[in-house]
Write a protein that binds this ligand. Structure first.
Ligand code: CIR
Length: 259
């Protein structure tokens, strides 16, 4: 398995913010926490490739938003925030050896943080960052590989995956205040603790979940599921509205067909 991550920009203090007030980010501390996060991936058996960043790409560490990777292909997103569009070329080049690439084209916008893949179901958040055209383009691409692409309205948070992520094949961790639970028929739902609205973002790896230390009450709920959970502190990146899924693009490593 492979994970693409991206260096924290020295200008992360100028990141996009939608729902949080700006507070100072301690960049050395953020980098230390990010390294520990990468260590969680390595410990789980993933090969981590950390892409370079720069002062012109404040949000580059949140690499998840730039691509959606499934077994059959990769879709290069077109971020809803104009300031993030320059992030795409390096991520596309990193994915090119492994997957056939498709690109979301104007006027569509799509952030990878709005796409939750569960088997051959793709749940796509209709959010401030992902528009109807973005969902329609993703439906054409992933539909051609047999994926059922379903739009889910998102309100009150940044992305779909701020509100819901997978913790097992049939279980979702969810904050029902930000997404309609009816969109997840057929799944077992685990609710975040009411005191921890930001707690629905968990990163599911092959044999464990990476989860923020910031949400101990919801973590206790996950512990009852019998899933292995590795807790890590991403407190500095949380100030930039980042969470555990945002900081990597995860995929099964294989060179693309015909190469
Ligand atoms: C942004 O607003 O784009 C960044 N400051 C945070 C992106 C977090 N990404 C994610 O949840 N997938």
């Amino acid at each position: 398995m492979r994970a693409i991550t991206r260096e924290i920009s020295p200008s992360i203090g100028r990141c996009e913010l939608a729902h949080l007030a700006r507070t100072p980010i301690d960049v050395p501390r953020a980098r230390m926490q990010h390294e520990r996060y990468e260590r969680c991936l390595v410990d789980a058996g993933y090969t981590v490739e950390r892409l370079r960043s720069g002062p012109d790409l404040p949000d580059a560490v949140f690499v998840e938003d730039i691509a959606v990777v499934v077994d059959e292909c990769a879709v290069i997103a077109r971020p809803g925030a104009v300031s993030r569009r320059a992030e795409t070329p390096a991520v596309a080049e990193a994915l090119r050896p492994y997957r056939m690439l498709h690109e979301i084209a104007p006027p569509a916008t799509l952030d990878g943080g709005d796409v939750l893949i569960v088997g051959h179901l793709a749940l796509v958040g209709r959010s401030a960052r992902t528009n109807d055209a973005g969902i329609a383009q993703l439906r054409i691409v992933l539909g051609s590989y047999g994926y059922d692409v379903r739009a889910v309205p998102v309100g009150g948070c940044l992305h779909l995956k701020s509100a819901v992520t997978t913790v097992s094949d049939d279980t979702l961790l969810v904050n029902r205040a930000w997404v309609p639970a009816g969109a997840f028929a057929g799944f077992t739902l685990v609710d975040v603790d009411p005191d921890e609205p930001y707690a629905a973002n968990a990163l599911r790896l092959v044999d464990r979940i990476v989860y923020p230390t910031a949400f101990p009450k919801t973590l206790a709920r996950l512990d009852t599921l019998g899933v292995r959970v590795e807790a890590t502190d991403l407190g500095e990146l949380a100030k930039a509205e980042g969470a555990v899924t945002c900081c990597s693009v995860i995929f099964a490593e294989r060179v693309k067909d015909g190469e």
